[in-house]
Design a protein around this ligand. Structure first.
Ligand code: CA
Length: 507
């Protein structure tokens, strides 16, 4: 840390209070700026760089073609606030205290933005925060209140809360670009967290995307009508079913209540004819499920389209302002998501779609353009990666690994080959039972510990995870091996017993 603090003092003495030192002053090694673009609930199935069959994301794809795409980036606890707390602290949920969306984040603990500030970075945060306590470690922050609406959001900052009229994804981008352009301290490298609410439920499109996809049929996933016969109790007891659990607001029979009269008029012009056609058709059974899937997934993809448009705006701004060459741009989302796979919306599970998060990194002159990594990486690694990039010391109690060697094209030979997952929010939304487990390149062992049930999947033979082979004698050795690995990981990460009370309904 000292090597960065001392030069800053020298610069101040040499240049005097009225003179701003040049960014690449001899007195300070040049360090890249970091822009962390982070969305909420964006599954890789809806990113064309990941092979989407259902949409195009040209601006996110551009980051991939100019940078590195991670094929096996996993979240430690697949839900909004816990994922964010892991990213900030570099520690699993049981150590950072954010087990579920219910706790208030303890902002007094060490986080990577605070540590970046100490080595001379200016830090800023725009958009979704979702950790209840006021952000700490940021020189500038303007955030949504809680989840925040898609329209006309109240924006909270250090000086109070103001409502801004417009579409939230556009507004967050306006705030970020404005800061980059005219508010930041250009004498310092910066780290900006640019965090969208979209495409989180309730998937409200912007007014210019209300009829996008109206004339297409989105392909259905193979497992839309999964009956869960190959799995345990948990998969049958969830309440995230497209057939059963989407409500009128999700399905756009009700508009967002935040709309102004002018916005509402445009909204109704788009949805009323579609809703009338639906009533006319009088669907039932599988046809009704198929209709709900189309309605749900199209609105989701419309929300994604605005995210991609706005990433385009940001990238354009970086080019025009001359920042692009000195700025690392990362794209990630807080977890994966179900777009009808297994009949579901939402996340939470250790199953693949919600475990896997998008991660794309563009770092000019360091990351090879169009490269990819299949190493098992995680949101647990982000804090250490950012500190490493900035030349800051990593606290010894952070639990991830810096991705910098992978980004430079040399995955360390001792890189992890197994990954520990733990979901806690039960009782809670969508009734997904608590579970932990281990994933390796080929297998996944899950313990639904409040149900006393185990599941094992062979991802090579059964990539859709339709049939647990936990009780298959052919996998007896694999079970023993993975249970030992699970024990080792739980010990390594200092995971204690989760003895919080559980609703008896699931037992
Ligand atoms: Ca989320």
């Amino acid at each position: 840390m000292r090597r960065f603090v001392l030069p800053a003092v020298l610069v101040a003495i040499a240049s005097g209070p009225s003179c701003t030192p040049a960014r690449d002053s001899l007195y300070r090694p040049p360090r890249p700026n970091i822009i962390f673009i982070f969305t909420d609930d964006h599954g890789t199935q809806a990113i064309s760089a990941y092979g989407s069959r259902i949409n195009e994301t040209p601006n996110i794809d551009r980051l991939a073609s100019e940078g590195m795409i991670f094929r096996n980036a996993f979240v430690t606890n697949s839900i909004c606030a816990p994922s964010r707390a892991v990213i900030l602290t570099g520690k699993y949920s049981h150590l950072n205290g954010q087990l579920t969306n219910e706790e208030t984040f303890d902002g007094s603990q060490p986080t990577f933005p605070k540590l970046l500030q100490r080595v001379g970075y200016e830090t800023a945060l725009f958009g979704k925060w979702h950790l209840k306590s006021a952000p700490t470690g940021f020189d500038e922050w303007q955030v949504l209140v809680g989840q925040g609406p898609y329209y006309n959001p109240p924006i909270r900052s250090a000086v109070g809360t103001t409502e801004i009229t417009g579409y939230t994804t556009d507004i967050i981008t306006d705030l970020a670009i404005d800061w980059l352009d005219s508010k930041r301290n250009t004498a310092k490298p910066f780290m900006m967290m640019f965090q969208h609410k979209a495409p989180h439920r309730r998937w409200d499109p912007s007014l210019n995307h209300l009829t996008m996809y109206d004339d297409v049929t989105v392909p259905e996933p193979d497992t839309l009508f999964d009956d869960y016969t190959g799995r345990g109790t948990a998969a049958r007891q969830q309440t995230m079913s497209i057939a059963r659990d989407l409500d009128d607001r999700d399905l756009k029979f009700e508009p967002p209540e935040e709309l102004t009269p002018d916005q509402l008029e445009l909204w109704n012009q788009a949805y009323e004819p579609k809703n009338a056609a639906f009533r006319e058709a009088n669907l039932s059974g599988d046809d009704l499920v198929r209709w709900k899937y189309q309605r749900y997934v199209k609105d989701y993809l419309r929300a994604v389209a605005s995210v991609d448009d706005n990433i385009g705006r940001l990238l354009e701004h970086l080019e025009q302002s001359g920042l692009a060459d000195d700025t690392i741009v990362i794209y990630a989302s807080d977890q994966g998501w179900y777009l009808g796979e297994h009949g579901w919306f939402d996340k939470r599970w250790m199953y693949e779609e919600s475990l896997r998060m998008p991660l794309i990194v563009r770092w000019p002159d360091t990351v090879a353009a169009g490269s990819e990594s299949t190493a098992i990486v995680s949101n647990l690694d982000f804090a250490e990666t950012f500190l490493d990039i900035a030349g800051a010391a990593v606290p010894p109690d952070m639990q991830g690994e810096s991705l910098e060697p992978i980004l430079q094209g040399a995955t360390p030979p001792e890189w992890r080959t197994s990954f520990y997952y733990h979901y806690y929010e039960y009782p809670g939304w969508h009734d997904v039972a608590r579970h932990y487990g281990v994933r390796t390149e080929r297998h996944k062992l899950i313990h639904f510990y409040t149900l006393d049930e185990w599941e094992l999947y062979d991802l090579e033979r059964d990539p859709d995870e339709l049939t647990s082979v936990y009780d298959d004698p052919g996998y007896a050795d694999t079970v023993i091996e993975l249970q030992a690995e699970l024990d080792r990981l739980r010990q390594h990460y200092a995971v204690g017993e989760d003895d919080r009370p559980v609703d008896s309904a699931l037992e």
